[in-house]
Design a protein around this ligand. Structure first.
Ligand code: ADP
Ligand code: MG
Length: 238
């Protein structure tokens, strides 16, 4: 589903990604961990061309992002950020139907029907007519996930989706992500939630200084990290 070859990204003189090779199979849940500033967000953002690589290649479902239509890319790759980024002046329902009506050219009534199904899936059907500010952080993040799903993406990217939430709301968002994974969605997740990584991740990547230092089945990496840098990082977070 995702095929990354020798990906490099620099901002000016600073090389942030230093040659990343990564294949993600359909239905995989790849969890990325690593220190702050190591390039995790940049890697994720290169996967949907929010950042343009300075070298290498990114293919998603066979399309080379360099030559593909940016709107097609954005519709096939859903992204959820740390901050929910909902449109504050629009109801929850309108937040969700906006993009599919524009990009997938479906009618409002079709889009609303799909949106209600998605809101049911994330447990918020009763909030369709609410405005984002009337919702808790956890509820807003669940709406943001529903909004991304409304484009019927082939891949979902999550960049620290629970980092901005109060602790009591983390679980409800992880539950939605867990059920998505169970339904077979291909996912790449940057997170500090090690329990989620271990339980839901099919593969764990440890990224440091713009490189994949180590990867494997989460349980194996947690229990028997091979690289000193992985050991040091895990000793701080576990
Ligand atoms: P992480 O998500 O692992 O914390 P990032 O990918 O956000 O790391 O950032 C990696 C490095 O790239 C950091 O040093 C950051 O300051 C730098 N960086 C990220 N985005 C930009 C940008 N738009 N312009 C300049 N530097 C950036
Ligand atoms: Mg980041």
């Amino acid at each position: 589903m995702i095929d990354i070859k020798d990906l490099h990204k620099s901002f000016g003189e600073a090389e942030v990604l230093k040659g990343i090779d990564l294949n993600v199979e359909k239905g995989e849940v790849v969890v990325i961990i690593g220190p702050s500033g190591s390039g995790k967000s940049t890697l994720l953002r290169c996967m949907n061309y929010l950042e343009v690589p300075t070298g290498g290649q990114v293919l998603v479902d066979g399309m080379d992002l360099q030559s593909a239509d940016i709107n097609k890319i954005r519709s096939e790759i859903g992204m959820v950020f740390q901050r929910f980024n909902l449109f504050p002046h629009m109801t929850v329902l309108d937040n969700i139907v906006l993009a599919p009506m524009k990009v997938r050219s479906i009618t409002r009534s079709e889009a609303e029907k799909e949106a209600m199904d998605l809101l049911t899936r994330v447990g918020l059907a009763n909030k369709a007519q609410s405005y984002p500010t009337q919702l808790s952080g956890g509820q807003q993040q669940r709406v943001a996930i529903a909004r991304a799903l409304a484009m019927k993406p082939k891949v979902m990217l999550f960049d620290e989706p629970t980092s901005a939430l109060d602790p009591e709301m983390v679980g409800e968002v992880l539950d939605v992500m867990r059920s998505l994974a169970k339904d077979g969605m291909t996912m790449v997740v940057v997170t500090h939630e090690m329990g989620f990584a271990r339980e839901v991740g099919t593969r764990l990547l440890f990224v440091d200084d713009g490189k994949i230092i180590e990867q494997g089945i989460p349980k194996d990496v947690f229990e028997a990290p091979q690289e000193d840098r992985t050991k040091l990082f895990l000793s701080k977070v576990l």
